[in-house]
Ligand binder design. Structure first.
Ligand code: ADP
Ligand code: F6P
Length: 329
């Protein structure tokens, strides 16, 4: 929806879980907008900073030497109070009082609810860019940070393989993704993990997994086994530890890779995805658009309404999951 506001000032913020590549997105928002005659303002600490008026003017060099860095130079926050419509009005006023009528939000599905709220309840033009390692939004094939997070998991698998092979052991590696198994499935295939357990393919019987692990060691000559466990089904950790130890008589360890998956230098894929999405977001602002989010489908950058984006469930790639099961053991 276009609100036909025409002034050439825009603000950008990062919200929710940080993701590697967010700085590449901020950099393109700034440089592409300035190249089109816009003044660009940064908002520190996500929606919390918007409420607290942590708004500052950015310069061309504000993003120098940041394209390769993880995290977000604008900082981020989780701000539960932002669910209150009164807060949306106050937050928007902090921008509008400065003559800033346009806002780009880089964040996940939670942040997109904030995009919708600001679009609906205020005079701002608001556009969203999907920045989250989870890749858990159905309207887009990928999100900024997902590729880098998977490469961090793959590196961990490589390092773990060295040590568990040295001891003929089994490792349960828990990975992030909230209720989505995309980090686990893609990393399992690329990293060569023997098993991957995800929320979308439940229930899983720990006894069946344990017996398969035993056969791998005793009949297929395996000298190590890695099981990727998505955090959305991490309640299976203890039953798996118990059943596999019982079935194999071997040491079974568990580690949660945790916040390592949120940092690190973004991959080329995430930096280019971030730049392409950020360009589209600025172009939408330049056309006076609002309440829309940028996505990627079949390699093409596109945009849709934030309401539509939030409605589409993330489709589970059964084919990819089945491939992971076939090629890994
Ligand atoms: P992510 O954007 O990575 O999914 P969160 O789920 O924490 O992270 O959402 C980020 C922020 O978005 C929240 O801290 C809150 O400020 C805002 N937000 C989340 N849900 C809503 C909502 N329903 N309405 C308005 N703002 C919301
Ligand atoms: O949404 C990104 C994410 O890293 C999830 O994968 C993870 O479950 C969650 O954030 C952790 O939230 P927090 O940073 O608030 O601990």
């Amino acid at each position: 929806m276009a609100k036909n506001l025409t002034n050439k000032k825009l603000a950008v913020l990062t919200s929710g879980g940080d993701a590697s590549g967010m700085n590449a997105a901020i950099r393109t928002v700034l440089r592409f907008a300035m190249a089109n005659g816009y003044e660009v303002y940064g908002v520190k600490h996500g929606y919390k900073g918007l409420v607290n008026d942590e708004i500052f003017k950015m310069e061309y060099k504000s993003v120098s030497n940041t394209v390769h860095t993880g995290g977000t130079i604008l900082r981020t926050s989780r701000c539960p109070e932002f669910k209150d419509p009164e807060v949306h009005i106050k937050a928007a006023k902090n921008l509008l009082d400065k003559g800033i009528e346009n806002l780009i939000v880089i964040g996940g599905d939670g942040s997109f609810h904030g995009v919708e709220a600001l679009h609906e309840h205020t005079e701002l033009n608001v556009i969203g860019i999907p920045g989250t390692i989870d890749n858990d939004m159905g309207y887009t094939d990928s999100t900024i940070g997902f590729d880098t997070a998977c490469n961090t998991v793959i590196d961990a698998i490589l390092k773990l393989r060295d040590t568990i092979t040295s001891h003929d052991r089994i490792m349960i590696l828990e990975v992030m993704g909230r209720e989505c198994g995309n980090i686990a499935v893609n990393s399992a295939i690329a990293g060569g993990a023997e098993y991957v357990i995800v929320p979308e393919a439940n229930p899983v019987d720990p006894k069946v997994i344990a017996e398969s692990v035993r056969v791998g060691f005793e009949e297929k000559g395996k000298t190590s086994t890695i099981i990727l466990l998505a955090e959305g089904v991490n309640y299976l950790k203890d039953p798996l530890l118990e059943e596999i130890a019982k079935a194999t008589g071997r040491r079974v360890n568990h580690m949660a890779l945790g916040y390592m998956q949120r940092g690190g230098n973004p991959t080329m894929a995430d930096r280019v995805l971030a730049a392409r999405m950020a360009q589209r977001a600025v172009e939408l602002i330049m056309c006076g658009q609002s309440g829309r989010v940028v996505g990627i489908r079949g390699g093409d950058i596109y945009d849709t309404t934030v309401l539509e984006a939030l409605k589409i469930p993330k489709e589970f790639d059964e084919k990819l999951y089945d491939l992971a099961k076939v090629i890994s053991k």
